[in-house]
Ligand binder design. Sequence first.
Ligand SMILES: Nc1nc2c(ncn2[C@@H]2O[C@H](COP(=O)(O)OP(=O)(O)OP(=O)(O)O)[C@@H](O)[C@H]2O)c(=O)[nH]1
Length: 465
Amino acid sequence: MDVQEKSAIDKSAIAPRGASGGADTIAAVSSGSGGAVAVLRLSGPQAGAVLVALAGRLPEPRRAHLARLRHPTSGEVLDQGLALWFPGPRSATGEDMAELQIHGGRAVVAAVLGAVLDVPGLRPAEAGEFTRRAFLNGRIDLTEAEGLADLIGAQTEAQRRLAFAHAFGHLGQRVEEWRRRLIRAMALIEAGIDFADEDDVPAGARALARPEVEALHAELTAALADRRGALVREGALIAIAGLPNAGKSSLINALAQRDIAIVSDEPGTTRDLLEVALDLDGHKATLVDTAGLREAESKVEAEGIRRARARMAEADLVLWVHDVSAGPAPEAAPSLETERPLWLVANKIDRAGPAASAPAAWPVRSFAISAAGGQGLEELTRALGGFIATRAEGEHPALIRARHRASAGEADSHLTLALEQWERLDDELLAEELRLAARALGRMTGVIGVEDLLDVVFREFCIGK
Ligand SMILES: Nc1nc2c(ncn2[C@@H]2O[C@H](COP(=O)(O)OP(=O)(O)OP(=O)(O)O)[C@@H](O)[C@H]2O)c(=O)[nH]1
């Protein structure tokens, strides 16, 4: 193809269209810095005209077209690259969009972006503005927008998977399904209000609605109890517990591969909680070194022990470190006053014979390691990664953000109240509780008044997304 060739401009193809006709046209570099290729995106009514001004013609929709890119007024060739044309409303933002794939050098990017922004009416995009327009034009719901932000920010494999499911609507669909079922139940109860004079409707309508509300309540409660979201977003919380001097701090240091905790021979050195965030075999985790659990000899130590117990009660997993050089593991599991999953880590195998690392009598998964020498650490790290991966998997999309949990929690409490008061509330009040629950769910996907939320959701995006 002759890249300098200019074809007739099809004006009808570049006219503003879709829900956002009349909005500003925005442009930004959407790729990260330093790459060989940079991606420049434009969205808005003038996107097509700008593409024609730079590339000489409007490419076939959604097909890459190799073009010399010229400054629209001086005609100077700025670069050669690929031009793409996505007419609205079937584009990412729902508006007319253009994309230029150009060489990634700073001067090239500055020249092409500068030429684009020189066109009157064009302006640089704000952070998250492309995604915000996609939401406002109904291309995505709020949970999908958040999923996109999470996908861009995903650091571990589990985060990528969960974010991908959200970005492509899995959570949004589930929440919308809850909302539709609620509205159906509400309609049944309202049918009772409308036809209150007709004897056969009211009792039957309420009775029909109740099992549906009960089922919804159970699903919401289960979704709220599911900690997968926090697990993937914030990482698994792993408490390292054990008697003083067992080697807890040494184990954390070894796993973190740097010296964070204070290691000393003196029992009871770890007086406070010490938390370390790390990547365990591709999974995010926070390790908490808990103060040696024993009879406190001082007030400070007592406080450390109290906090250690509290943190252990929240942990996804407790690793009980036992010093095998001091003797075999106790017959029974230590009483931790918590029901958290527990693994036994027999430490200091370098100091004790192989007999000392025999599995403990208590029925838990056990590992034999040397925090100082490194033996067994690789196996333990892999097992911890596997543990987090298994926990992060699930059939349903999780409520990952505090915002999701707040909406679901609000809906859940309206349903709890409705079910508790089912026989006492009159039809209007019962329907109102269900309406409030449906509204709370609607705020999660953005179908219900969310203006105040938009800045919060889109703030965390980068420019060009
Ligand atoms: N030989 C050997 N010594 C170890 C090993 N792990 C830890 N130690 C030593 O055991 C002592 C106690 O280790 P720490 O990591 O401070 O133990 P802790 O459980 O955090 O102790 P507290 O802070 O008292 O609760 C230190 O002298 C460590 O060097 C190991 O695998 N082999």
